[in-house]
Design a protein around this ligand. Structure first.
Ligand code: NAP
Ligand code: MG
Length: 493
């Protein structure tokens, strides 16, 4: 059985200049199925030489060849074909995504559909990038042109693997950039499956390159590379800061999406049943491995005891299990590292606050990186479990007395990605909307995300916006063109 499983391990290759290739060192690393802890595939381990090859391909594709001649209409058509292909392969992609990341299959199906929608959205936007005429006070025609930035290095995390690839690649292709994408080491498989669709969709070689490897040996040389014009990164704050420093040497454009410690705020006048569901959904979806997770749950004192009790009772009924089973509501965490990290926060929480639900790994499951949905209450906002991004199913419930205190606690974090408010008082909700320092604010909901609306953070949650028209802006330069209409140019000499 063991040898049979071993022989079933698929070896993927990575995608450079329109071809599936091995790494220069011919080395591979294993990809783990987090529900079985077994190897499910192997992918090439790219090093600096591979980075150089991929960047050279992207550079050449940007500077010459077919891509600079490809019209906006044709770039749009390529994106539509990619969307169509993703929809056609959705069942297979969702299965690979679910197995590789540990997310429930039903969630993976949503993600794959969202990835296709993202390609469709930017397929439409390719032909809507407009320049403008500037009203200068001279006999001249002043224009601003929008042009692609050039070669984009795109580094993504493991929580929404194909969807994050879509958020990066689709606007870049629409803008006319070329790309080198590095998926997270834990979850490279759907990106490599997707690589197989690019040539069929009509994308010229070198426009999109997808290389697999580790942060230090593949991500770092990619970010430093002098021929890269822009770095788009989603991941941890610590790596984001390192990337910003590395990009400074050659003044690369940078966009960062660095996660958070987002408050989910419940006033006493909120609909109670929806509030409990909203609190659970906000923090436990995708095993809590969500940059916008509502991991600080602020509850008005008059409903606080009842809220903690109801939320904990319902959390204990969440069905953990194999991600491919349709009844599963929570799968394993993505990796052993993440499991250890979240387990250590569960133990820390027991010292810092009171435990209402979970707190360990589920007793009934002996294999896989599963942890229980965990709720701590009476948490002080200055506690580490209230300040540090855990990136797992661990909630910190914090009581508050009134609107002013809710706001003070909500904003008392170095992050500012998202926030949610639950109340039936529209005036109170809108006062909070205005005063919260966060890039995304939901009212009476948490987590819905749409390709039409901007996504990104305030403060140390990063800068730049993905999705919508904002997303393509980040891949465009602005060129001023001045056309003199006088017979004689104006001059002094
Ligand atoms: P991470 O280290 O920030 O990884 C994100 C991406 O950056 C991966 O592709 C990673 O490659 C790459 N990377 C790592 N070091 C790099 C470097 N020096 N230069 C260029 N690229 C580099 O995140 P993680 O280790 O997967 O997770 C750690 C914590 O980060 C989580 O517990 C969570 O708190 C946070 N996180 C946040 C988000 C978010 O959406 N905001 C997403 C994921 C993680 P490798 O995968 O090969 O290391
Ligand atoms: Mg890492």
């Amino acid at each position: 059985m063991a040898s049979e499983a071993k022989s079933a391990v698929r070896r993927y290759r990575m995608y450079i200049n329109g071809e599936f290739v091995e790494s220069a060192g011919k080395k591979y690393f294993p990809v783990i199925d987090p529900s079985t802890e077994e190897i499910m595939a192997e992918v090439p381990e790219a090093n600096e030489e591979d980075v150089n090859r991929a960047v050279a391909a992207a550079r050449a594709a940007f500077d010459s060849g077919a891509w600079p001649q490809t019209t906006a209409q044709d770039r749009g058509r390529i994106l539509f074909r990619l969307a169509e292909r993703i929809r056609k392969e959705a069942a297979k992609l969702a299965e690979v995504e679910s197995r590789n990341s540990g997310k429930p299959i039903v969630e993976a199906e949503y993600d794959i559909a969202d990835a296709a929608t993202c390609f469709e959205y930017y397929g439409g936007m390719a032909t809507k990038v407009l320049g403008q005429v500037n009203p200068v006070p001279d006999n001249a025609l002043s224009l601003s042109l929008r042009e692609p930035i050039g070669v984009a290095a795109q580094i993504i995390p493991w929580n929404y693997p194909l969807l994050m690839a879509a958020w990066k690649l689709a606007p870049a292709i629409a803008a006319g950039c070329t790309c080198v994408l590095k998926p997270a080491e834990q979850t490279p498989l759907t990106a490599l499956e997707f690589a197989g669709y690019l040539a069929d969709a009509g994308l010229p070689p070198g426009v999109v390159n997808i290389i697999t490897g580790f942060g230090e040996t593949c991500g770092a040389p990619l970010v430093k590379h002098p021929d890269v014009n822009k770095v788009a990164f989603t991941g941890s704050a610590s790596v984001g800061k390192a990337i910003m420093k590395a990009a400074a040497d050659t003044v690369k454009r940078v966009t960062l999406e660095l996660g958070g410690k987002s408050p989910n705020i419940f006033f006493a006048d909120a609909d109670f049943e929806s509030a409990i569901d909203g609190a659970l959904f906000g923090v436990f979806i995708n095993q809590g491995e969500v940059c916008s997770a509502g991991s600080r749950i602020l509850v008005e004192k008059s409903i606080y005891p009842k809220f903690v009790e109801a939320m904990s009772a319902k959390a204990k009924t969440i069905r953990l299990g194999p991600p491919l089973e349709r009844e599963t509501k929570m799968g394993p965490l993505v990796s052993k590292d993440q499991f250890d990290r979240v387990r250590s926060y569960q133990e820390l929480g027991k010292k810092e606050a009171k435990l209402a639900a979970g707190g360990g790994r589920p007793a009934s499951i002996s294999r896989g990186y599963y942890v229980e949905p965990t709720i701590f209450y009476d948490v002080d906002n200055s506690a580490r479990i209230a300040q540090e991004e855990i990136f797992g199913p661990v909630a910190a419930v914090i009581p508050f007395a009134d609107e002013a205190e809710a706001l003070r606690i909500a904003n008392a974090t170095p992050y500012g990605l998202a926030a949610a408010i639950w109340s039936r008082d529209i005036f109170k909700a809108l006062r909070m909307v205005k005063a919260l320092r966060a890039g995304i604010v939901w009212v009476n909901h948490m987590q819905p995300t749409y390709v039409e609306a901007p996504w990104g953070g305030y403060k140390q949650s990063g800068f730049g916006r993905e999705l919508g028209p904002w997303g393509i802006e980040e891949y465009l330069e602005t060129k001023q063109v001045h056309i003199n209409l006088n017979e004689q140019p104006i001059g002094w000499y």
